[in-house]
Every structure is written in C-alpha cells, then in structure tokens.
Write a protein that binds this ligand. Structure first.
Ligand code: NAG
Ligand code: NAG
Ligand code: NAG
Ligand code: NAG
Ligand code: NAG
Ligand code: NAG
Ligand code: NAG
Ligand code: NAG
Ligand code: NAG
Ligand code: NAG
Ligand code: NAG
Ligand code: NAG
Length: 819
C-alpha cells in the first residue's frame, strides 16, 4: 500500500498539474482505502499499453504495480530499432525519481515512429520524460517534435527547459493528450522528430477512453461558448486535447490507479484557490455512495472527486461580498474546454433553489443560475458541465484565467453559497493540428552558470523572435510573403529610429506629410464640435486644410497606446499606395511630437448605417442600395486581390462603409484596426457579436484566425441589413438574442423573408432580383469558409441582381446599370 503511494508522488508530476503534496497523510490513506472498497468497478480500457522505452526487459513493474513492456523487442517498435536508435540510462540518478519508466530512455538522432495498433476512438496518450544527462548527449540541446497520426502534440519541445518551468520544481515531465483514432486508421503512430541534436523518451502510455466521455456531441446544441450567448461549439471528431489541469476540488490528490480505469491523476485544488476566500472543504465524507447515471456514468470521475468539494462557507453575509476563485495560467491564442464536476452531498441541500450560484470563467458569465439539484435531480447524483473558453492572442503569451463562483442573489436561494467538486481544463489544438511551440515565459533560471548563460541567450532569442512576430502581425496582414522575407523586413524597420521620416519608406509622392501646426489649425485645436467619430483608437475630426478650401477627416490616434510608431509608419506606407474608387483615400499623416495622425478624404454623406437605422434621413431606394453594396464589394475585392498583397479588412460593417456626396460607397478603416491590438481583442469580439449583430465570422471562434473569407461573411451581414434594415428585423433579432445572420437564415428557411424586408422597399424589388440578392447573401453567410464565394463572385452576383432589377422594370426609379 505505502509503496503505491510513493509511486503516485513520483510517477505523476504533470507539468501543469504538479502541485502535488510531497507527503503522504495518514488521513489520505484512509480515504483511498474507503474508496477502494465501495467504488463501482472501473472501466476496462480495450487498449491499454505501457511502454518502457529504452528497456530490454520484457516486463518491468512500476511502483504503482503496473507492468511496463520494454520497447527493445516490442511489436510497437520498428524492426530496425537497434540501428536507428540507442537505449540509454541517465548518468544522474535522483532517488526521488522512479525506476520505471524513468531510468531507461530511448535516444533518437533522427525521426522515429512507434506504431500502436489500436481500436478507433479517443485515446489518452501520456508521454513521460526525465530530462537527465544520457551518455554524452547534452540535455539542453535536445529539441524535438512529437506527432500522433495527423496531430502535432509537441512542437520544438525541450523536456529540459519545460522541466525548469515546473512549479513547484519537479525532475520529470509528463504530458497528457487526448487523441482521436479514426475508423480508417487502425493505428496510432507516435513519431519523434529530432530537430537539433536528438530526441528522447522514457515512457509512453496509451489508454482507451469510453465513447461519449469527452468531446461528445450527443447534446445537439453543442457546448456553450462562454461570453457569447448565441454561439455554441461542436466537436467534429478532428480535435486533440492537451490536459492542462485536473483537480479534485476540496479533496486530496488521486493517483492514476485510483482513477476509474483511465489512470488520470487528479490533484488537490488548494494551490489554485485565491487566498482571500479559501472557502471550506468537506470534513466528513458522506457515507452514501455516489449514484452514477447514464448521463454521468461511473467512469466520469472517481467517487472521491464527487464526495469532496469546496464551498464558500456558512457566513452568508461574507459569501455575498466575495467570490470563490481559482487561478489558472494558460497560453494565449487557444480555445479551452472546461469541464466542471458537481455533486450535492450535504444532508441540508435537498430541494431546488437550495443552493444557486453564478459561474464566471475569465470574467465572463458561464452560468447565471447553477442549481446542482435542478441539474442532477437529487443529492448524491453527480453531474458535469462543459464550456468552451476563447483566450485570444494578445500582448502576453501566458494569461491568468480565473474561475469564480458566487451566490446568485436574484433567485433568493435557501443557502447563499456556491459549490464545486472537480475541474478539468484542456487546451484544444489549433487549426494546424498543433498546440504551439515552446513557451519560455516564466522560465526559472538554472543554477549552473553554464546552463544559465545558455538559457538567457535562448530566452533573448525567443524574445527577439516574439518582437518580430508582433511587428508583423500588427501591420496589415500580408500573405504570400515567405517568412524569411518578413522577418528580414521587420528587423530593418525595427532598427530604425522612430519619427525620423528620412529613414522611413514613406511615399511622399503618394501621401502628404502634415505638420502638427497644420493639423491643429485644421481642427481648430481639436475642437470637440468637430468630432465626427469616436473609436477605440481615438477621435475622428472634420478638418479644413489648404486654407479651408479642402475638407478632410482627421483621425488622431490616442497617444500612449501600445501600438508603436513602427506599425504606424508601416501602415501608412501600405495604405497610401491603395488607390481605388471604392476605398477611402489616405491623403496624409502627421508624426510629429509622438502624435500619430492620419488624414483621409472627407465623405459628405456619412456612414451607410446612418441611412439605414434610427435616422431622419429618407430611406434609400433599392437601386441606390444595390449600387452602394456593389461599390463596397468592389472596394473589398480590391483589398483582397487588387493591391500588391492580400489585405484583410477584418472589420466590415455598415459603419465602415462611407458615402460621398454622389452616393459613391467607399470602404474605410481597414488598417486602423491593425494598428491597434495584434489580434481581435476580446472586447472587439464582444462588441462585434453583441453590439453589431455579429459581423464576426463564426469560424473565427474555432480557428482564431481571420481570412479574406471572414470579410465575405461580414459583408453578408451587411447585405442582410441592406435588405432588411429598418427596425422590424433588428428589433426581433435583438429580442430573441440571436445574431442577425442566424435570424436571416432562419427566416429564409422558413420562407418568411418577405416579413422582414424593409417595408420601405416592399414594392420596389423585382422578385428575380430579390432571389439573386438573397442567394448571394446566403452564400456569403455559409458556415464553411471554403464554400463562401470570393468577393469577385459577390460583385458578379450583385451586378447580375442589379441587371435583373433593371431589365424587368420600366419604372423610372430603377434606371439601368450605369457603370
Ligand atoms: C508481465 O508480468 C505480468 C505479471 O507479472 C504478466 O501478467 C504479464 O503477462 C507479463 N507480460 C509479459 C509481456 O510478459
Ligand atoms: C549509439 O551510441 C553510440 C555511442 O555513443 C554511437 O556511436 C552511435 O552512433 C549511436 N547510434 C545511434 C543510432 O544513435
Ligand atoms: C522527419 O520528419 C519530418 C516531418 O515529418 C520531415 O520533414 C523530415 O524530413 C524527416 N527527417 C528525416 C531525416 O527523415
Ligand atoms: C527550437 O527552439 C529553440 C529555442 O527556442 C530555437 O533556438 C530553435 O531554433 C528552434 N528550432 C526550430 C527547428 O524551430
Ligand atoms: C502508421 O505507420 C505505418 C507504418 O509506417 C503506416 O503503414 C500507417 O499507414 C500509419 N498509420 C497512420 C494512421 O498514420
Ligand atoms: C446541452 O447543452 C446546453 C447548452 O450548453 C445546456 O443548457 C443543456 O443543459 C445541455 N443538456 C444536457 C443534457 O447536458
Ligand atoms: C456516517 O456514518 C457514521 C457511523 O455510522 C456516522 O457517525 C456519521 O454521522 C455518518 N456521516 C454522515 C455524513 O452521514
Ligand atoms: C460574516 O461576515 C461578515 C463580513 O465579512 C462579518 O462582518 C461577520 O462578523 C461574519 N459573521 C460571523 C458570524 O462570522
Ligand atoms: C494568478 O497566478 C499568477 C501566477 O501564479 C499570479 O501572478 C497572479 O497574480 C494570480 N492572479 C490573481 C488574481 O491572484
Ligand atoms: C466576482 O467575480 C465577478 C466576475 O469575475 C466580478 O465581476 C465581481 O466583481 C467579483 N466580485 C468580487 C466581490 O470580487
Ligand atoms: C478580470 O477581473 C479581475 C478582477 O475582477 C481583473 O483584475 C482582471 O483584469 C480582469 N481580466 C480581464 C481579462 O478582464
Ligand atoms: C485540430 O487539428 C485538426 C487537424 O489539423 C483540424 O482538422 C482541426 O480543425 C483542429 N481543431 C481545431 C479546434 O482547430
């Protein structure tokens, strides 16, 4: 028994779930004993493989009594294993590190694949690393990638550097993934790709996962996307997960052999709880057994997870003024799957509304009224809830993410309290099938001076690389560059002095340099009365230049904002070259005195939106609307294909389509959004989704990446508005809390479009024209990006719609196409 416990402490040192107690408490022993006695039988995994890499013993037993097969003569190893790899033992042996599987390693100078014949379905893949010195190879030089079938589990991974970041310090690194094996694959190939000098591995574990345990789509709605009321996430069977955290909330560490047959480790949550309200934990475990159900089968989590909990405590006054909060560090630029486990076990909590609480993840509401009795039906019945959380890329690569619970006061529950029993947090792979590269943020510098130097150097390199990436992504997205050229260019820009226009590639023949005095004169010293727009980047003023003979729009970027002058100038040099009838022209700029000011042509008739909603302006005729949307589409087509590089607007909406005195539509504000945050910020998304009828491409939520087809989607939303604009649609959509595109789609499928078309247009649209227009709109709004038309096709479709309107109509209101 005690041997098993020792094992647990040694075997399971997951890098991110490593807050393991290093002692064995007597109580703990009792707990484990009790659990073992009345737990339901564990899940029997059809595939269960433990491979002791570098070992030639047929069979070795780890401290937790599991049998590991040596890989030297294994059927999972390639037959030429002896010639393409070496087995080795670490020269440094730390007593606390278990013999099996860590005291043997397989070393690969080149690519190497283990092939595990397994059934289809999800598998846990656990990789065990002990980054020690093996023979004459340098542990700090080992960088490698690991793939599992089509997924990249680890990219440019250094077990040694990862080990240095472990908190609290540990000598071994365990990585856990959930990998799908398709019906057509029959095999799980785990490949080690050595990058610099060599790759190595100490142990590999493959364990089947019951169908429907994770990433299950049987709940047809999909998984709630935290912070977005109308967006749900569905797994399509092509996603891998990396385990970040698995906590037995309010309880003790649970070792793999105490799990329900999948050998997951669950750790005590106390290191993650914010100290200002530590809550209380179970002091007396319930005698009743946990009653598992078909929704929450017994393998979901061990009984001990559901029997122990953390709640806020008995002082309702105190509870109402605080949150019970956990703090997790995660990498930015990924989606995360949160699974929260609940089970009411207290005698007092019996009825609905006894204990109701709110759940926040990353400051966003995940549940307004979590009532575990409502969810489960009764005390003693466990339930879990899944959530997807989007952590966009930002200035920082690692973020602290808070999970907070607090009583729901609105429902006036019997107990003003909150409850949690378990948490699992997984990172979803990116669209390229990977989990990102080495992340050295927060690296602990090693004690040896030699390693120290190397590390600082590495860290510096990685910071430099990061700086380059930031410069690039902050400027207009230019695809088609090979990365080498990009970084070269960025370095050149980066080495120049800010504000020194001579050095900058600013095209004075294309765009004018204004002095700050000129700008001040033009805006009457930034007179508030001249403000025509307010945005996150600063204000837009109407201004008069050339002795008042010429009207311009002047955008003054907030000083002190994070965007550097480099990005500003890069921006200008790109934007000033864009010249198109349907693009708002950049006339000039001012970069004196750390000011960042852009001067644009002035558009007399304002934004398209000003003519669609809540306005005293007379309604636009259908013909004019068609002209406007064709113009805007031509502008976007130019950005996508006409300029030297692909330019993605990223913020297409009716307020960014401006109209001049002749009703010519021009696209504005491309570029400025790129001077701002590096990627779309969370507030930007929220505004886009909630405030502006959801212009944002739904695929963004999956891929966290905007493409030119995202502009096509947003343009589809603009088309909806052009057709339906005045209030009925918008009001209904807002009331129903659906986004405009979804609402439009629904009405289309229910054949109710005529109910939502702008009443001002009712009799003016020819049916053929309407049919074509709606067809174009629906195609832009397709969920699958690849099926959406290009802007060129959109232009073609709209021009055709205009012709249909013109040719079948003899009304003078609808003259023929003039372009
Ligand atoms: C390893 O040993 C266990 C028990 O000692 C035995 O059940 C198992 O069959 C052995 N496996 C192999 C591959 O020899
Ligand atoms: C195995 O180790 C020996 C001695 O260090 C070395 O000469 C040989 O190249 C290695 N073989 C492989 C495949 O790494
Ligand atoms: C190793 O695998 C990578 C990725 O599959 C491939 O690009 C590379 O050429 C391979 N190297 C060798 C030596 O086969
Ligand atoms: C891997 O990462 C290290 C340190 O971050 C870097 O020096 C090296 O160039 C990277 N290798 C590859 C192939 O990306
Ligand atoms: C795994 O590797 C084997 C041998 O190289 C190959 O035949 C098989 O197609 C691979 N399977 C997958 C799913 O990649
Ligand atoms: C299905 O998912 C929705 C949305 O997250 C949730 O409200 C509902 O409770 C779920 N149903 C079940 C049975 O889990
Ligand atoms: C569990 O059983 C013991 C002895 O039978 C009893 O003293 C204790 O109060 C019970 N605990 C609970 C939570 O019911
Ligand atoms: C409950 O908490 C409040 C506010 O934190 C405190 O003032 C009060 O003394 C507490 N009551 C008890 C009984 O501890
Ligand atoms: C969360 O944890 C990180 C790192 O452990 C720490 O820097 C940060 O201050 C914590 N956040 C809060 C709100 O306590
Ligand atoms: C509790 O958390 C929510 C969401 O993060 C936050 O809005 C609220 O201010 C917090 N309350 C307290 C008392 O910290
Ligand atoms: C979340 O709320 C905390 C305090 O309630 C605040 O410090 C933090 O900046 C917020 N984080 C985000 C991403 O809004
Ligand atoms: C994960 O990777 C696969 C394979 O590259 C890809 O098809 C899938 O879309 C990715 N999942 C997510 C959520 O991006």
């Amino acid at each position: 028994m005690s041997q098993g416990f020792r094992t647990r402490n040694l075997l399971i040192s997951h890098p991110n779930m490593n807050k393991l107690a290093l002692y064995v408490s007597f109580l703990h022993l009792l707990f484990a004993h009790a659990v073992a006695q009345d737990s339901p039988p564990p899940y029997i995994a059809p595939d269960y493989i433990l491979l002791n890499c570098g070992s030639s013993a047929a069979n070795s037993t780890s401290l937790d009594d599991r049998n590991w097969e040596g890989d030297s003569h294994s059927k999972f190893s390639p037959h030429n294993i002896q010639t393409i790899s070496n087995s080795s033992t670490p020269t440094e042996q730390i007593p606390s590190v278990a013999q099996v599987p860590y005291m043997t390693a397989r070393i690969f100078p080149n690519n190497f694949t283990y092939s595990f014949p397994v059934s289809s379905g999800l598998k846990f893949v656990r990789l065990y690393f002990y980054p020690a010195k093996y023979a004459d190879v340098d542990k700090s030089k080992s960088f490698f990638s690991v793939t599992a079938n089509d997924f990249t589990l680890l990219r440019n991974f250094s077990a040694f550097l990862t080990m240095l970041t472990l908190e609290p310090p540990a000598a071994v690194v365990v990585k856990e993934f959930i990998v799908p094996v398709l019906r057509t694959q029959y095999c799980l190939n785990i490949t080690f790709i050595s990058l610099d000098s060599y790759a190595f591995i100490n142990g590999i574990e493959v364990v089947s996962i019951p169908n429907n345990l994770y990433m299950d789509n049987t709940n047809g709605t999909g998984i709630k996307f935290v912070g977005f009321d109308t967006i749900f996430y569905t797994f399509d069977g092509t996603t891998t997960l990396e385990t970040m955290y698995r906590l037995n909330v309010g309880g003790k560490d649970v070792s793999g052999v105490e799990d329900t047959g999948m050998f997951r480790t669950w750790v005590d949550d106390s290191p993650y709880v914010l100290i200002d309200n530590f809550g209380i934990t179970a002091y007396d475990l319930p005698n009743d057994t946990i009653q598992y159900t078909t929704e929450t089968p017994s393998y979901t989590a061990p009984e001990i997870v559901y029997k122990t909990f953390r709640s806020m405590g008995i002082n309702a006054t105190a509870n109402l003024n605080s949150n019970l909060t956990w703090n997790f560090t995660v990498d930015a630029g990924f989606n995360y799957l949160f699974r929260l486990h609940f089970c009411e076990t207290l005698q007092e909590v019996v009825y609905l509304n006894d204990r109701v609480f709110e759940i926040f993840i990353n400051n966003q509401t995940a549940e307004r009224d979590a009532d575990v009795i409502l969810w489960s039906g009764s005390r003693g019945i466990p339930v879990y809830r899944d959530y997807i959380v989007l952590i966009p890329n930002g200035n920082r690569r690692k973020l602290d993410l808070l999970l907070a619970l607090r009583p729901n006061v609105v429902s006036k529950p019997q107990y003003e309290d909150a409850l949690l029993n378990g948490v699992e947090i997984f990172k979803l792979n990116r669209s390229d099938g990977s989990f990102g590269g080495l992340n050295l943020d927060g690296l602990v510098v090693p004690t040896s001076p030699e390693g120290n130097e190397k590390l600082t150097e590495r860290k510096r390199t990685s910071l430099r690389i990061m700086a380059v990436i930031i410069v690039i992504s902050a400027s207009v997205i230019i695809l088609g560059f090979i990365s080498f050229r990009v970084s070269k260019k960025a370095k050149i820009l980066g080495s120049r002095k800010v504000g020194d226009s001579n050095c900058l590639p600013l095209p004075s023949h294309l765009c004018r340099h204004f002095s700050f005095a000129e700008i001040e004169a033009a805006t009457k010293n930034f007179d508030d009365g001249l403000i025509i727009g307010v945005g996150g980047f600063g204000n837009v003023y109407k201004g008069y230049v050339e002795d008042g003979s010429s009207t311009v729009a002047i955008k003054r970027l907030k000083s002190g904002s994070q965007q550097g002058a480099h990005e500003f100038t890069t921006e200008i040099s790109t934007l000033s070259k864009l010249r198109h009838r349907h693009i708002v022209s950049l006339i000039g700029y001012c970069d004196e005195d750390r000011e960042m000011i852009l001067v644009y042509e002035y558009m007399n008739c304002g934004t398209l939106r000003d003519h669609l909603y809540s306005t005293d302006n007379p309604p636009l005729t259908w013909k004019r609307r068609l002209d406007i949307c064709i113009g805007a589409a031509l502008g976007l087509e130019y950005l996508h294909t006409g300029a030297n590089h692909l330019i993605i607007h990223r913020d297409v909406k009716t307020t960014n389509i401006l109209l001049n005195e002749n009703w010519v539509a021009k696209v504005s504000d491309f570029g400025l959004c790129k001077i701002g945050p590096i990627s779309v910020s969370i507030t930007h998304i929220s505004t886009a989704v909630k405030g502006s009828f959801g212009y944002l491409d739904p695929e963004y939520f999956k891929r966290q990446q905007l493409t030119e087809k995202s502009d096509v989607y947003s343009f589809g939303v603009v088309l909806c508005e052009i057709l339906c604009a005045r209030p009925p649609l918008v009001r209904t959509a807002l009331k129903k809390q659906v986004n405009l595109a979804e609402w439009f789609r629904e009405c289309y499928h229910e054949d109710k479009l005529d109910e939502i078309i702008d009443p001002c247009l009712k009799n003016g649209i020819k049916p053929e024209c309407l049919k074509k227009f709606v067809e174009v709109t629906m195609s832009c709004l397709l969920h699958d990006r690849s099926k959406r038309p290009s802007m060129k096709d959109v232009v073609g479709g709209l021009q055709f719609a205009l012709q249909l309107q013109g040719s079948s109509c003899d009304s003078p209101n609808f003259p023929e196409l003039d372009d």
